[in-house]
Write a protein that binds this ligand. Structure first.
Ligand code: GTP
Ligand code: MG
Length: 496
């Protein structure tokens, strides 16, 4: 994502950083490269022009702050301008009283409307809102069925205790295209149902077309007039770039959309849509879709996306993502087990999975500041992680609870089952036993102490962080408390 843009910006701005002061000439030179980079990223021409003019005007008149180098000052200016270009954004979904708050989802065919309805429902469920999702796309019975599956999945799997329900009239698909206003009728009855059920939010999944046509616009307009949705979101495929932005403009002119949801942000989008859509349509990007699953959904924060483009890392996203994945409860249970030295391989597997769910390791590490460019030296061995999972999977539940059960013949069985060598299995169980002891000793320390102890352990024995080598040091000196834990650990080990 943004890789090319990011690289090109890096080169343009780094070149500047070697110079003594910002002059009009060297800013112009750097902006020439930035301009090319933006055009290559499929950013709308008007946006490129305005962006470069603004940066230039801002930079040339400015004295370089004493403590900064010209290149740093420029990165600051470009960052501010990128944020301005995409923001401001308020992703907060205002709830109306009396409920339900009506949200209408619209967009071109295949942009991700149906998937996004599920994601938004999951997002709201996690925030305690009861949701009714209604199928207003009657073009094909399969579309209704797809939404039903998505909704049921969210109801069963997404976080939170609130209700997520589904409303549809599949038999009306047969009438679609023959009579006017069939979809409007379905939406009106869905609204009645939402009131009866006391849903907080009603989400309408509408029909899409390959190209905007009058019939579709008329239908969406009709739903808009009849139900007066509180929020109309346009779902836009980030991969499509400028074309998507142009169609967004038409949708906005007809429906006065409240915001854009950019989907497929996980794919290799060049960035054009993200950078142009606000300027061209006047409607802000509210959310990002970052995958096919219902939890691959984020609030849009312009400063974070600007940070990613400039390669400055994105710690906030990283932390949020991590918090979302490892539920508080799970973390507490594991902490309690650690304190008693009762950590099992099952817990280990759970942790491994939650780390991996956060995304490929490299992508994750790349979000840390300063790590992005150093990543070429980091050797993340996903295969090694696969092997570890394979080994644990080949153990019986009893063995996972107590690795001591693993005698020679059991080790042989596990190694055969996981397609690894017996020495791999032994290595894992040894490492695990060390970890078990260590976590017990560390349980008295605060979070920082734990981190430092981990770091020390990884330094002392690189094999303790299997699958990750050459991780850049994130700084910080060892506290005496941690050092004593470590030496205490060694002492005890020697006594054995
Ligand atoms: N990678 C990725 N795929 C997505 C994302 N959002 C949607 N998709 C995929 O895009 C395809 C189309 O998604 P739908 O939700 O069916 O799109 P739609 O707008 O409802 O399509 P129509 O109802 O046919 O107009 C599906 O294969 C989705 O899994 C996303 O954020 N990332
Ligand atoms: Mg759909």
């Amino acid at each position: 994502m943004f890789q090319n843009l990011s690289d090109r910006f890096g080169v343009a701005l780094r070149n500047l950083s070697g110079r003594g002061r910002i002059t009009e000439d060297n800013v112009r030179e750097a902006m020439g490269e930035v301009r090319t980079a933006l055009l290559e990223a499929d950013v709308h021409l008007d946006v490129v022009k305005k962006f470069c003019d603004d940066v230039l005007a801002d930079a040339v008149g400015r004295d370089v702050t004493k403590s900064l180098k010209p290149g740093q000052e420029m990165i600051g200016i470009v960052n501010e301008r990128l944020v301005d270009l995409m923001g401001p954004v308020d992703s907060h979904l205002m709830m109306v009283d009396p409920p339900p708050t009506i949200v209408m989802m619209c967009g071109l065919q295949g942009s991700g409307k149906t998937t996004t309805c599920g994601k938004l429902a999951a997002y709201l469920k996690a925030r305690g809102k009861n949701v009714l999702v209604a199928a207003a796309d009657l073009q094909r019975p399969a579309a209704v069925e797809q939404l039903r599956v998505v909704t049921e999945q969210v109801a069963a799997e997404a976080r939170g205790n609130a209700d997520v329900r589904f409303y549809a009239e599949p038999e009306k698909c047969a009438e679609y295209g023959q009579a006017v206003g069939v979809a409007i009728g379905v939406c009106q009855r869905a609204l009645r149902e939402a009131r009866t059920q006391r849903s907080d939010v009603l989400i309408l999944d509408t029909a899409g077309r390959l190209h905007i046509d009058d019939e579709l616009m008329g239908e969406l307009d009709g739903i808009n007039r009849a139900l007066k949705p509180h929020q109309i979101y346009l779902v836009v495929d980030a991969m499509i770039g400028q074309d998507a932005v142009n169609s967004a403009k038409t949708f906005h002119e007809r429906l006065a959309i409240d915001g854009v949801i950019l989907t497929k942000f996980d794919s290799d989008t060049r960035g054009g849509a993200a950078l142009s859509v606000k300027h061209v349509t006047g409607a802000p990007i509210k959310f990002l879709g970052t995958g096919e699953k219902h939890d691959a959904f984020e609030e849009f924060h312009p400063e974070r996306v600007a940070g990613r483009i400039l390669g400055m890392g994105d710690v906030v996203s990283l932390v949020e993502k991590a918090q979302q994945e490892v539920s508080e409860e799970e973390a507490e249970q594991i902490a309690a087990k650690m304190a008693e030295g009762k950590l099992t391989l099952d817990d280990f597997l759970k942790q491994l999975r939650s780390i991996r769910r956060m995304g490929p390791m490299k992508q994750l590490l790349g979000m840390l500041p300063g790590v992005g460019s150093a990543l070429s030296n980091v050797d993340v061995d996903e295969q090694q992680l696969d092997r570890l999972e394979g080994i644990v999977h080949s153990m019986t539940p009893a063995e996972r609870q107590d690795v001591k059960l693993l005698n020679k013949s059991r080790v042989k069985r596990v190694s055969r089952g996981s397609g690894t060598a017996a020495s791999d299995v032994n290595k894992l169980t040894k490492q695990f036993e060390v970890m078990q002891k260590m976590t017990k000793q560390m349980s008295g320390l605060g979070a920082m102490g734990k981190m430092k102890a981990m770091r020390e352990l990884a330094d002392a024995d690189p094999a303790m962080l299997p699958g990750v080598r050459g991780l850049p040091r994130l700084g910080g000196r060892t506290s005496t408390k941690t050092a004593s834990v470590k030496s205490g650990f060694k002492r005890r080990k020697r006594k054995k």
